[in-house]
Design a protein around this ligand. Structure first.
Ligand code: NAP
Length: 477
């Protein structure tokens, strides 16, 4: 029994519940305010020495973490499947990608953090990238290992330390990551779990030792965190919801486009911020597209996520399944046509039928909402301009994809999409070296790639003026 599991109060908000059958597997007592304060203080003490270590030492621990992730892939992916119902091969893919992220920053952090010389007369000037201190990460359950990796790896490399509040429904993933990083050689306090429910996050933000907050989650949680952090004048990065468009311009390689359309919608059982949620199809292709999508969605096989034959997982929880059903029903009540599905699958667990909605008008709530599950919206447009207008007519602006045999035409549309990311002829995806993030209500800031490591750093100017020299410009103050 570990220290987190003594004196459980039932029902605890922090618990592992198997979404495939609703069984409560394990509960954890939330940490007290005092324990949280100790954890933040530990992280602060660790920061004072961690920031002094050479980057080469810091990244050595990241490289070991990458190795350990691969060694422990069965254990980690098993926990992911158990706590949020992810298909086994998808869970293994997530752990592999997470290891790649640790490896990317282990190999590139020194170069990314190098001082940048600037042009300056009468001497020299440079930007030095210095860590800020203790950062709070607030993470979601949908990619329980990857979300932590993309926040933790760059910031640990950069010399910050981390207190990590994971989603209440994946405590065992959270504990496994903390243990892995400790085993990889991180000194005590560099990475510390906060086993607490979301409502206590505000208090952590007000702790003066916390210097920044990164949240990945819903726009409601993002708004709450940004308000608290704004009040304290603390830097935030917000990675929030999405309602990505998948724009089909022509029928070049149409079967491939259709195969990817289904993958882009139902991978992770549709619970991805960058899942394709709105399919926007040019008029003469619309009927063929709808038919092809329907055939492929019908062919999905619901089942136990640990079974290799299963192609449709449960949603992550009973509440998630019920919320999606409510959204679909409200969409239909507001005039949408239900082409497929729309209900629960008749078996225990949080299963929802693959669903297709059409005829969604701008006054329908479904038009503006994020459907977080295997429910596709399909729209018909007649011109490229209409496709862009529709794609941009949402509060969200995370990713999107354009599908065409004509790269110039696709690039032209990509340039006019109001999003943080656009992929052409491939679903919006994530790679360690590529920045990830959105605009509008999808949040701000970037994770991964060269931009991701700079978010929580102080780009400090150091200007050296040669003795006796006089710079041409400038005033004091
Ligand atoms: P969520 O309810 O917002 O939870 C995310 C995290 O925020 C959890 O740790 C949660 O803690 C915490 N939280 C909840 N309410 C909070 C509050 N008022 N103040 C501070 N923290 C709070 O989101 P979710 O339903 O788990 O995740 C799905 C959402 O995340 C979707 O909208 C999805 O699109 C988005 N997402 C975005 C990205 C991206 O990169 N842009 C990536 C993945 C997911 P508890 O679990 O204790 O409530």
């Amino acid at each position: 029994m570990d220290s987190h599991s003594v004196k459980i109060e039932h029902p605890s908000p922090i618990a592992t519940v198997n979404p495939a059958n609703g069984q409560v597997l394990r509960e954890f007592n939330p940490m007290s305010d005092e324990q949280v304060d100790h954890a933040v203080y530990d992280a602060h003490r660790a920061f004072l020495s961690w920031r002094e270590r050479p980057v080469s030492e810091r990244v050595a621990a990241l490289a070991r973490a990458a190795d350990l992730m691969l060694e422990r892939i069965d254990e980690l992916s098993g926990l992911v499947t158990m706590e949020m119902g992810k298909l086994r091969h998808e869970a293994r893919g997530e752990v592999n990608l997470s290891a790649e992220i640790f490896r990317y920053y282990a190999e590139n952090a020194a170069e990314l953090l190098a001082p940048e010389p600037l042009t300056a007369d009468a001497g020299s000037a440079e930007i030095r990238y210095e860590p800020l201190g203790v950062l709070l990460g607030v993470m979601p359950w949908n990619f329980p290992i990857y979300q932590v990796a993309r926040f933790a790896a760059p910031n640990i490399a950069a010399g910050n330390t981390i207190v990590l509040k994971h989603a209440s429904q994946c405590p065992q993933c959270s504990i496994a990551i903390e243990k892995l990083l400790t085993d990889a050689g991180l000194p005590r306090g560099v990475y510390v779990n906060l086993l607490v429910p979301g409502r206590t996050v505000q208090r952590v933000i007000t702790n003066p030792l916390v210097r920044g907050v990164s949240l990945t989650g819903s726009d409601a949680a993002g708004q709450s965190v940004a308000e608290s952090a704004g009040h304290e004048v603390k830097k935030t990065v917000l990675e929030l919801g999405g309602s990505d468009a998948f724009i089909v311009l022509d029928d070049e390689d149409f079967e491939r486009t259709l195969d990817f359309a289904v993958t882009a919608r139902v991978a992770n059982c549709g619970q991805s911020c960058v899942a394709a949620k709105r399919f926007i199809v040019l008029g003469d292709l619309y009927d063929r597209f709808l038919q092809g999508l329907r055939e492929r969605m019908v062919a999905l096989r619901p089942g136990d996520p640990t079974d290799e034959a299963t192609t449709l997982a449960p949603l992550s929880s009973e509440q998630a399944a019920q919320r999606l059903i409510d959204q679909i029903q409200q969409g239909v009540a507001s005039g949408a046509t239900l082409v497929l599905g729309g209900g629960r699958i008749d078996r225990p667990g949080a299963y929802v039928q693959p669903t297709i909605l059409t005829d969604i008008t701008p006054d329908n709530p479904a038009f503006r909402e994020e459907l977080f599950g295997p429910a596709a919206q399909v729209y018909r447009v007649e011109t490229d301009a209409e496709a862009i207008e529709l794609a941009n007519a949402t509060p969200f602006a995370l990713g999107g994809s354009v599908w065409s045999g004509d790269e110039r035409r696709a690039r032209n549309l990509a340039a006019r999409l109001e999003t943080g990311m656009v992929w052409i002829n491939y679903p919006t995806s994530s790679q360690p070296q590529l920045p990830f993030g959105g605009i509008k209500r999808s949040g701000y800031g970037r994770e991964l790639g060269p931009l991701g490591i700079k978010e929580f750093l102080n780009p400090k100017l150091v200007r050296v003026v040669e003795r006796g020299a006089q710079p041409t410009a400038g005033f004091f103050g």
